[in-house]
Every structure is written in structure tokens, then in C-alpha cells.
Design a protein around this ligand. Structure first.
Ligand code: ADP
Ligand code: MG
Length: 684
């Protein structure tokens, strides 16, 4: 027998060739797709008491006509019809625009339901929909009406009709996908019933329950995929077992300029243990900005090299690549593992040398940007790949680097603490190590929010810090439409600063400088030669100048919360008290709230949580490649409890003895939608 996903949509009577084409554009090809084409919201036509309705809200009320209608015409075909209606003990004015033809139906003492916007101060309802209960055939009142995403020649009415017809003819063929025991355990309705109730919530009164069931299904299947992938990876035993010697690590750690925090020791142990195993490590290292992730990566890379392998560290910007290459070589010592830098702006000659060095194994650790994942880069013996500030790399790019070795271990570091809800969604296939503690002696950064008018005082602040031998960043925003404007803006600020501080050295860093120029400016600031660095967000991630104690962020309302937190993390890296000044005159409530959050908390996890709330998951990483799928129904913030449940359930299922042999479970994994599969990392 045919299945629903084998029945083309044109089998439905109302679907012409033209409509078929338009449906395809919505991703609807089969009857199954149409039944899964869920409304994105509902219109609420359930009758309410006016006393429950807030002013400005849209609602449906039942009333009785208590006056003669009044029609005013103006302009071409335009009209305004008003009539007194009694509802809930109040006499209100109902207003219709451009519906003159209703006039004769508005008879004294007739019952009427009105749907529209209630304005309390004027005792007025602006009607968008009205009907007469005594005569209505297709009464909409007393119901929730689904609203679908439509366009072209496809209208709400038309698509509702098709879905209704599909439900009537094919509804009984909707198959269950969830294991029976889970349906029972969570008292979920069957898939067939849920699909029906989602489209017809008014008739069934079970819209909420239906949504819960479908959200669970969506999240469960997604989690199942992730966890199955993880389990499969772990059972393969074809990874490299990197036998890192504990003594080697201990003496390297002892050579560091500081003692590791307990949190760093803990994650180092987790990582080394994982590296020794014979499956490929797939681990996320997260910790707040400034918590000391770089040195953890350095230890892992050192261990890999000492065990006979090469390592790679991939970072998002050239500045960072250079900084990391330098600091790694310093930590390793001249006679230690050799570090090679591979970025886009190397000379051809230099690049050839580094590539040859990697291929022959003369270079032990490659540090670089995207240049690391070019086709012509080969390693002799790649054992460990570390990606830093990973949210800037797509999942795809990470998996390309992974393929540079037979099956290297992968450590992914993220500087933006990820709210748990996103972590288990985007990184559910990974093991997670978290640094929960800052190095000793750090003082929490003090953050202030001031208006532009307070600029003079900000100058005073910069002057004081400089007088104490400290340094300051001044950050100018990126205005996305035009890099040229950004650069001009940064140059203007730079000139301002030079005028304000004729006695100080001011540096300028922006994206239009050549790699050599950037490097020169950065090292001038790092060495303390320049006291003030005016920069665009090129310094956002990773840059480490511990003597800098002040960061001034211009037009701070233009930044997202996580980005502001990242920028703020450029200071507070030494023992002195550091400050962050946000200069902003935000117009929107959202902007004000972001500034508020920054002054209230220093905790990156809290900032991330608020960021997610304010922005929603789609924007959180700023890229669709981030590995966070777009769910049809589920909302990662408000459906958080279902997400946790689904994750737990999926984990339990994958761990069952019979998971891999059971055909029903194998089928479960295969019905996941394509966009929910990690690119390049398919389950088969
Ligand atoms: P992030 O986690 O943001 O990448 P970094 O690795 O850049 O943080 O470290 C921030 C700063 O703290 C650096 O200057 C680093 O040298 C220093 N640091 C790291 N670990 C410790 C420690 N255990 N004690 C003191 N300073 C440390
Ligand atoms: Mg870092």
C-alpha cells in the first residue's frame, strides 16, 4: 500500500498544476507534507466577556444591537459604518470600515458577534469580523482558526480546504512514529489525532495537547539523531588513541607562569582521558571569557605532539592566529613543539614552506584561520584538532578539518557561553567540559552605561587609567551595510582621541588594514607603547592584553548582548580593577534592556540566557550553519522542559541493548528531516 509520503499532492482534487508548483515552493510535495504543514498561529474567535479584555487587545464578544446604524461615505469606495451595541452591560460603539453593505443587517435588538480591537477609553470596537448567530452558516465564532503561511495564489481559505480534504481522505493513514512506551509514559496523543487537532483546534479543543505531542516528537527525533551519532562514533574504535604521558603533562604544567585553577585541571584531565580512548574525541570546551581556555588547549596540543602526533588550532581571525601562534611557541619553549602559522595573507613562498613543513612533519602544531582547511594543506600525522571561538565556524568547516587526519580527536572551544538549552540542541552529540571558575585574584569588571553627553567624563576616566600606567580600548561598532563607513567612523573616533590626548599614543585597528599593519598596531598595544587602542570589532574575540583595564564601547546599543560580553572580556584579565563603559542612547526597549543586563551581571552564562530570551535562538549564533536547526513547532526557550525530557528519553533509548538491531528504531533515525542532519556527518 502507498504511504502518505508517496502520494503526490496533485492527487488532491483542488490542486491544479499551477497550485502544485506553488505548493512545491513551500516544500509541500506529498500529502504527508501537506498534513505536516502546520499553522504558525491561531486567530482566537472564542467569545469572551468584554471585562476580561484589555484595551488594545483583539477579542470576540457577543452583543445586541441597540441603535440605528450610521453610515458615512468618504473618498472613492470608502465608508465608515457605526452602530451602538450592548455587550456585558456596556453600551459600546462598533465601527466597520468599507463594509457599507452590512447596514441593512444591523437591525435593532438583533444578536451579533463582533471580533475586533477594543479601545476602552473610547468605548469602541473596530470590527474586523462580525456575524449573526441566528443566521450564520459557517459560524466562525466560538473557535480557534488556524493561520497558515501562504502566498501567491494560495490563500488561507484555499489551503484550509485542501488540508481538510486531506484529513478526510487520508487522515486514517497517518502513521505513528514514536515508540508506544513513550506515548504511554508521557500521555501523548497519537500522531493521527495530533495532526488533526493542530489543524482543527476549534472543533476538538485539544490544540494545546496536540502541539505538545508534536513538539515532543520534533525534539525527540532530533535528540535521537544526535545521540545515535554519538553512540555510533564511540563504538567505532577506529579513532586514534593518543597515549599522553601524565608525567610529561605534569612537568609542562609546572613550567607555566601560573598555577592552573582547579577547574582547568579538571577539564585537562577530562580531555586527556578522552584523547587516550580509541574513538575520536568530540568534545566541547566552554568557559566564560577570560577563564583560561587557551592554556587548556595548549596542554592538549603539547600532549598530542609529545605522543607523536601533530596538532592544529583553528581560529576565526588573523589577529588571533598570530597571537595564538606566538603565545603557544612561548609556552612550548624554543626547543619544544614547533608552531607554524598559516593564514591567508602569508606570502606564497612562506605558505609553501609551512605546507611542506606540515606534510613532512617538521611543524608540530599549525595555527591558522580558514587557510588551514584549504585542499592543498596536508598533515603527516594529524592527531588533534582544536577550534577556538567555534560559533564562528560552521559545522561544515569543523568537519572538513576533522577529515584532514584519519580520525583525529576534536576539541571545540567556545567563548560565548551557551545556554544549556542551545548547548544540548546544537552540540547534543558532543561531550562537554566546562570551566566554571576564573583564575585567582580576578576582580569582577565594573560596568557603567552612560549617554553620549557624558563623553567628557569618559575622557577623564581614560586619562586617569593611562596615568596609572594602564591601557584602554575604545570600540567602534560595525555598521553592517558599509565597511567603508565603519572605517571612516573608526578614523573619526581615532582623530577625536588624538585631539583629546595629545600626550598619549593612540593606535587604530580596523578591518581595512593589511595583515602586516594590523600586526604592528597590535604589538604596539600589547607592548604598552600605545595607551589607547581605537578598534572596530576585530578585537572582539580572543585578544589578550592583560594590562588593559578599561574598555569604552561606542554606540553600544548596536551590539548584541553576547558580543558586548565578549568585548568586555578584553579587560579584567589581570589583577587590577577593570571597567567597561557603554556609551549608548538606545531608542528601543530592547536596547535599553541590553544595556541594563550588562550593568547587572558579569556572568557569561546569565548574559547568554538573557540574550537568548531577547533575540530568540535563530539569531543567537547569527548563522544558519551553526548547527541549531529551525524547528517547525518547537521553541527552544519556551519548550525547554520538553527538550530536556526528549533528550533524556532519546539517551535512554540509544543505550538499550537492542537499539542497533531493532528495525523500528532504525526507522526512527531515518525519518529525520534533512535539515536536521549535520552536514557531512550523516548517520549512515
Ligand atoms: P579565554 O578563556 O577567554 O580564552 P585566555 O585563555 O585568553 O581566556 O586567558 C585569559 C588570561 O588569563 C590570559 O592572560 C591567561 O594567560 C591568563 N590565565 C589563564 N589561566 C590562568 C591561571 N590559572 N592563573 C592566572 N592566569 C591565567
Ligand atoms: Mg580565548
Amino acid at each position: 500500500m502507498l504511504k502518505l509520503n508517496q502520494i503526490p499532492i496533485k492527487q488532491l482534487k483542488g490542486v491544479s498544476a499551477q497550485k502544485e508548483g506553488e505548493l512545491h515552493a513551500f516544500g509541500v510535495h506529498t500529502v504527508a507534507d501537506l498534513l505536516d504543514y502546520f499553522p504558525y498561529r491561531y486567530e482566537d474567535y472564542r467569545v469572551r466577556e468584554l471585562s476580561e479584555v484589555k484595551s488594545g487587545e483583539k477579542a470576540t464578544v457577543l452583543g445586541v444591537i441597540r441603535g440605528a446604524p450610521l453610515l458615512q461615505r468618504y473618498g472613492k469606495g470608502k465608508s465608515r459604518l457605526t452602530c451602538k451595541v450592548e455587550t456585558g452591560g456596556l453600551l459600546v460603539t462598533a465601527v466597520w470600515f468599507n463594509r457599507h453593505y452590512l447596514q441593512e443587517q444591523l437591525q435593532l435588538n438583533r444578536e451579533i458577534t463582533l471580533t475586533g480591537k477594543w479601545e476602552q477609553s473610547r468605548l469602541q470596537i473596530t470590527v474586523s469580523q462580525s456575524e449573526f448567530p441566528d443566521s450564520a452558516k459557517n459560524a466562525k465564532s466560538d473557535s480557534l482558526q488556524p493561520v497558515y503561511s501562504v502566498g501567491g495564489s494560495i490563500t488561507q481559505v484555499w489551503i484550509k480546504k485542501q488540508i481538510l480534504s486531506a484529513l478526510t481522505h487520508y487522515g486514517s493513514m497517518i502513521e505513528e512514529v514514536l515508540p508506544f512506551e513513550l506515548l504511554q509514559e508521557h500521555k501523548l496523543m497519537s500522531r493521527a489525532e495530533a495532526v488533526r487537532c493542530i489543524h482543527l483546534p476549534g472543533d476538538t479543543g485539544k490544540g494545546q495537547e496536540a502541539r505538545r505531542r508534536m513538539v515532543y516528537e520534533e525534539l525527540f527525533l532530533f535528540q535521537l539523531k544526535l545521540q545515535a551519532y554519538r553512540a555510533m562514533n564511540r563504538s567505532r574504535h577506529d579513532g586514534i588513541s593518543i597515549r599522553v604521558d601524565s608525567e610529561t603533562i605534569r612537568s609542562f604544567a609546572a613550567s607555566l607562569p601560573f598555577e592552573l585553577t582547579d577547574a582547568q585541571k579538571k577539564v585537562v584531565n577530562e580531555i586527556l582521558l578522552d584523547m587516550r580512548r580509541d574513538y575520536s574525541m568530540n568534545r566541547l570546551l566552554q568557559g566564560d571569557v577570560g577563564s583560561g581556555k587557551t592554556v587548556v588547549a595548549a596542554i592538549a596540543l603539547y600532549g598530542a605532539v609529545k605522543a607523536g602526533y601533530q596538532g592544529a588550532l583553528m581560529v576565526p581571525t588573523e589577529i588571533l592566529a598570530e597571537q595564538h601562534a606566538k603565545s603557544l611557541q612561548k609556552l612550548f619553549g624554543e626547543s619544544g613543539p614547533q608552531v607554524g602559522l598559516l593564514t591567508g595573507s602569508l606570502t606564497d613562498r612562506r605558505r609553501r614552506d609551512v605546507r611542506a613543513g606540515l606534510q613532512m612533519g617538521l611543524i608540530d602544531v599549525a595555527v591558522g584561520t580558514h587557510a588551514l582547511i584549504q585542499d592543498d594543506v596536508h598533515f603527516r600525522d594529524l592527531g588533534l584538532v582544536v577550534t577556538d571561538e567555534q560559533h564562528r565556524f560552521g559545522v561544515n568547516q569543523r568537519s572538513i578539518l576533522r577529515r584532514k587526519g584519519p580520525s583525529p580527536d576534536v576539541l571545540t572551544m567556545t567563548a560565548t557561553p551557551i545556554p544549556r538549552t542551545l548547548a544540548i540542541t546544537a552540540f547534543g552529540d558532543m561531550d562537554v567540559s566546562t570551566i566554571k571558575e576564573m583564575p585567582k585574584g580576578r576582580k569582577p569588571i565594573k560596568t557603567y552605561w552612560v549617554k553620549h553627553s557624558a563623553m567628557e567624563r569618559v575622557y577623564g576616566f581614560i586619562r586617569r587609567e593611562a596615568a596609572e600606567g594602564r591601557q584602554a580600548y575604545v570600540i567602534c561598532p560595525l555598521i553592517e551595510e558599509s565597511e567603508k563607513l565603519d572605517v571612516q567612523n573608526a578614523i573619526d573616533v581615532y582623530v577625536q582621541m588624538q585631539q583629546a590626548f595629545p600626550d598619549l599614543v593612540v593606535g587604530l585597528l580596523h578591518g581595512r588594514l593589511s595583515a602586516g599593519e594590523k600586526e604592528e598596531v597590535m604589538s604596539g598595544f600589547a607592548s604598552g607603547e600605545a595607551q589607547v587602542l581605537v578598534a572596530t570589532t576585530v578585537v572582539e574575540v580572543g585578544v589578550d592584553v592583560p594590562n588593559a583595564s578599561l574598555i569604552v564601547i561606542m554606540d553600544a546599543e548596536r551590539f548584541g548582548l553576547s558580543q558586548l560580553h565578549q568585548l568586555r572580556g578584553r579587560v579584567g584579565r589581570g589583577e587590577q580593577q577593570s571597567h567597561c563603559i557603554l556609551i549608548a542612547d538606545p531608542k528601543s526597549e530592547n536596547g535599553k534592556e541590553r544595556m541594563q543586563v550588562m550593568t547587572e551581571t558579569n556572568d557569561g552564562f546569565e548574559v547568554a540566557r538573557r540574550d537568548l530570551e531577547l533575540r530568540g535562538p535563530g539569531d543567537f549564533f547569527g548563522t544558519k550553519q551553526s548547527g541549531v536547526p529551525e524547528f517547525k513547532l518547537a521553541d527552544m526557550v519556551s519548550d525547554y522542559d520538553v527538550l530536556e525530557l526528549a533528550r533524556e528519553n532519546a539517551g535512554r533509548l540509544v543505550e538499550r541493548e537492542d537499539f542497533w538491531s531493532n528495525e523500528a528504531y532504525a526507522k526512527l533515525c531515518s525519518i529525520l528531516r534533512k535539515d536536521q542532519i549535520f552536514q557531512g556527518e550523516q548517520l549512515d
